[in-house]
Design a binder for this molecule. Structure first.
Ligand code: HEC
Length: 100
């Protein structure tokens, strides 16, 4: 495969990715999907890990920021929370709160 052809392919993939994330909702859905492995699909947990679906936004945001800052003890979440900005945490808080 020549390099020009490969570059065209990569550009096509990149444009497809941009086109498919046109709405804020899709971006939030994508972030929330990262939580599904432990917190269940759409935040509906079937294990000992708490559900996120329907969690009050104030509690979600407070908990995420406290785990990120290390003021709320967490074995796992302090690392995950550190990967998200305040704006992203806020957006996920809306999404989970409205996803009952
Ligand atoms: C690898 C498993 C794993 C993933 C992935 C994960 N979590 Fe967690 N989460 C946990 C565990 C375990 C806890 C309990 C606290 C601890 O020990 O870290 C928790 C706790 C929480 C809490 C606190 C709940 C409460 O009742 O106060 C929130 C909020 C949370 N997670 C949000 C998220 C979000 C948002 C994502 C995705 C961006 C996510 N988690 C991804 C394992 C995970």
């Amino acid at each position: 495969m020549n390099k020009a052809f490969l570059l065209c392919g990569l550009l096509a993939v990149a444009q497809g990715a941009i086109a498919s994330t046109d709405g804020v909702d899709k971006t939030v859905r994508f972030m929330a999907a990262n939580c599904a492995y432990c917190h269940g699909p759409d935040g509906r947990s079937t294990s000992a890990i708490p559900s996120l679906a329907g969690m009050h936004k104030t509690r979600f945001v407070g908990s995420m920021k406290a785990m990120k800052a290390g003021t709320q003890a967490s074995l796992v979440m302090y690392q995950i929370a550190a990967g998200y900005s305040d704006a992203e945490i806020d957006a996920m808080g809306d999404w989970f709160a409205n996803n009952k």
